[in-house]
Design a protein around this ligand. Structure first.
Ligand SMILES: CC(C)[C@H](C(=O)O)[C@@H](O)C(=O)O
Ligand code: SF4
Length: 465
């Protein structure tokens, strides 16, 4: 019987099979950040165990970092301590760190792919749930807990049971103005936030084949929001072209050899999945969420559904919204374009193309936060920064920022924020803050109009989307 992409990568990394039990999986790359690594370093030190393969670990500081005046000492004491601890631990253990001030610093799921650290066919882990992002390269990538971070430090391996397999196929052509973010928000709205529990997902079909790497990363990033361990997309020419020439990508003949291997990875025609779903691209439209989990999403023109369910009602109450209400036309005072879901160059190009020559609405605070220093640099070089600044948007430096309230960038209580991030949980962007998840295009249009608007008609004229 044929094998899936997941099977091929998984099977080639199994170093031991426990009889009638789990397997021991070799991990190629281990990414770490300041939030989930300190306890793991402590554990190693307490038990006097050295790092097994430090050259396979890469660290960056992202969650706690301020996005203003990064050259100055961090003001917030807890953040300062966490970032300093990471620096100390990396120094002590000889781990490569792209910390604050380094030109490679950035959100871990933005900087690793752009440096060519993420490559097809690998196994990758990080103490962070959105590690699923790297699956866009045909990589088995998933988030782990702190005790597993320590396990990988000590052995470069993990004890795991193989997850079940799911394939989500989307065929057809997306309408203009429908972005990868809308595709994944649509899928999660259709399937629900628990649909992926116990599964590893493969995204297949025309829509993903025609997607850029940035778009594929946006989709795989949110696999975790339907409960899946991770998501992946078969590597193809788009993948190889993206990886080629990047700092840590294989070079010359090595690269060609890798490509020959990567070409063997896509799922065999006769492989089967434990579960399959199929959608039609034509049914997908720009999406917004109205509740407090990413599955509570509707097309931007639809009304909030009516459900007699206590947690549904509680969620609407938190959001200050009513059953049957439309989000279209709703006044919005905060817009955040950033996070590991949508802070890559393509996201900002799309936003800037829409914004060019327009002015932000007076009621809106609009934050643009590049996912990495390299993206920030690119934004400047391409003249996109000037577009944002001329339109009255606030440009910041790279980090997780307002995606979650672990740093200074927070949304005030009671305010709505149209956000390109991935989670709309209660209090996620600050106590009492109300998050509406959307694509960078919907976010940009909201900032200009000062309210939620349907841009599908208008953007027919635009080049990019
Ligand atoms: C802080 C970190 C552990 C967390 C995660 O695992 O995802 C964060 O990145 C998030 O997005 O909520
Ligand atoms: S940007 Fe948000 S989702 Fe991504 S790693 Fe940071 S906190 Fe988590």
């Amino acid at each position: 019987m044929g094998k899936t992409l997941f099977d091929k990568v998984w099977d080639s990394h199994v170093v031991h099979q426990v009889e009638n039990g789990p397997q021991i999986l070799y991990i190629d790359k281990h990414l770490i950040h300041e939030v989930t690594s300190p306890q793991a370093f402590n554990e190693l030190e307490e038990r006097n165990i050295p790092l097994f393969r430090k050259e396979q670990i890469v660290a960056t500081a992202d969650h706690n970092v301020p996005t203003k005046d990064q050259h100055l000492p961090i003001q917030d004491l807890l953040s300062k301590k966490q970032v300093e601890m990471l620096t100390e631990n990396c120094d002590k253990h000889g781990v490569t760190l792209y910390g604050l001030g380094h030109p490679y610093q950035g959100i871990v799921h933005v900087m690793a792919p752009e440096l060519g650290i993420t490559q097809p066919g690998m196994t990758m882990v990080c103490g962070d749930s959105h590690t699923s992002t790297h699956g866009a390269f045909g990589t088995i990538a998933f988030g782990i807990g702190t005790s597993q971070v320590a396990q990988v430090f000590a052995s470069q391996c993990l004890l795991l049971s193989k997850p079940k397999s799911m394939r989500i196929t989307v065929n057809g052509k997306l309408k203009k103005g429908v972005l990868p973010k809308d595709v994944i928000l649509y899928i999660i709205a259709q399937l629900g936030t628990n649909s992926g529990t116990g599964y590893f997902v493969e995204y297949a079909g025309d829509v993903f084949e025609n997607m850029t790497m940035e778009g594929r990363m946006t989709v795989c990033n949110m696999s975790i929001e339907m409960g899946a361990r991770g998501g992946m997309i078969a590597p193809d020419e788009t993948t190889f072209n993206y990886v080629k020439g990047r700092e840590f990508a294989p070079k010359g003949e090595d690269f060609n050899k890798k490509v020959s291997y990567w070409k063997t990875l896509p799922t065999d025609a006769d492989a089967t999945f434990d579960k399959e779903y199929t959608f039609d691209a034509a049914d997908i439209a720009p999406m917004v969420t109205y509740g407090t989990n990413p599955g509570m999403g509707i097309k931007i023109t639809e009304r909030i559904p009516s459900k007699d369910d206590v947690s549904f009602e509680k969620s609407l109450e938190y959001m200050g919204l009513q059953k049957g209400e439309k989000l279209l036309g709703k006044q919005i005072n905060y817009v955040f374009i950033g996070s590991c879901t949508n802070s890559r160059i393509e996201d900002f190009r799309i936003a800037a193309e829409y914004i060019k020559g327009k002015q932000k609405a007076a009621n809106v605070n609009a934050l643009i936060v590049p996912g990495s220093q390299q993206v920030a640099q690119q934004i400047k070089e391409e003249g996109i920064q000037a577009v944002f600044e001329d339109a009255g948007f606030e440009m910041r430096q790279s980090g997780c920022s307002a995606c979650l309230g672990m740093n200074e960038d927070k949304i005030p209580a009671g305010e709505y924020c149209v956000s390109t991030s991935n989670r709309n949980f209660e209090g996620r962007q600050g106590q009492g803050a109300r998050t509406i998840l959307a694509s960078p295009l919907v976010a940009a249009a909201t900032a200009i109009a000062g309210k939620i608007v349907d841009v599908t008609e208008e953007i027919k004229e635009l080049e990019l989307v």
